[in-house]
Design a protein around this ligand. Sequence first.
Ligand code: NAD
Length: 338
Amino acid sequence: MARILLTGGAGYIASHTAVALVERGHHVVLLDNFANSERDVPDRLRRLTGKLFPVIEADIRDVKAVTDAMQAFPVDGVIHFAALKAVGESEADPLLYYDMNIVGTIRLFEAMQQANVRRLVFSSSATVYGQPDHSPILEDAPTRVNNIYGRTKLVMEDLIRDLARTGKLLSAASLRYFNPVGAHPSAMIGETPSGVPNNLMPYITQVATGERPHLNVFGNDYDTPDGTGVRDYIHVMDLAHAHALAVEHIIAQDVSLTVNLGTGVGISVLELVHAFERATGRKIPLNIAPRRPGDVTSYYANPAMAEAILGWKAKLNVDDMCRDAWRWQAKRAGINDV
Ligand SMILES: NC(=O)c1ccc[n+]([C@@H]2O[C@H](COP(=O)([O-])OP(=O)(O)OC[C@H]3O[C@@H](n4cnc5c(N)ncnc54)[C@H](O)[C@@H]3O)[C@@H](O)[C@H]2O)c1
């Protein structure tokens, strides 16, 4: 049993990870500045799990506050989720992204050094692969970031490798997520994008609730079976479980690893829409729009390394993802016939 600090602990993936960790008997401390999360998430987690979660409201760039938190709640390791994550915003405001993601991570690591916390799991992203030569993608594929958000992830991965190589971190796992979707089946926690969603699933669910008139499909002339872009969608509960296994692994051993977290199954935009319609009985009106610059044709993971090292494999399929995403969004929209 370990005590783990989650930075960005009230966010989408962290909140699901908190549930997975307590279900495996661990203690969880949440640290968040609530820049992109709702303040009642810790209370919802308490109702969902029956456990109390200490909450530290702080910015990861505040070394003193984060050091104090780790001294007040001595932890065995940190899972570092806190970051800004919108590609378009990163291109519009590069300094904001370098400051929040890279300076923020350096400040967090300073605090960890002061509190002598030397084990880390880090939220990286498959975006570091850019336009891959082929899929499934292995971890040793070239990294070719094509936006500032992706660059910040790659810089942080390099920083973590250097800290592990020089013994400043005893162990570290950089987890490259593919496309997280879905929500806890209770519909008590989920994804809360502010404004127009950047990602496909929240957009689909908002069309289904009537908040948006139709789904724009950006390009139907890609070199894929139905012409639409192919991605590797992964249920957030599977992703959360992988974090629990990763943290247990890096606490048990002094290792440094970088692993893909995906299902290994490529799903096109139209396949996802049809799966959603099947799972929910709701029709999604479509508008075929031109391709967006920078969009990648197809990418999906080779997740074999995660299975070999962590004993992890995604268990939930696209129907589960659609059902749980819809349950969450419908509840928020006050729709009860789900
Ligand atoms: N959701 C995805 O599609 C996806 C894909 C790949 C990687 N990731 C990465 O996973 C991590 C979590 O993503 P998410 O989707 O849960 O995002 P999220 O926005 O829901 O969660 C991030 C949390 O961090 C907090 N935060 C942001 N800046 C902070 C700061 N300076 N100090 C303290 N807290 C801060 C936010 O308030 C939020 O609660 C991020 O690092 C993201 O880049 C996400």
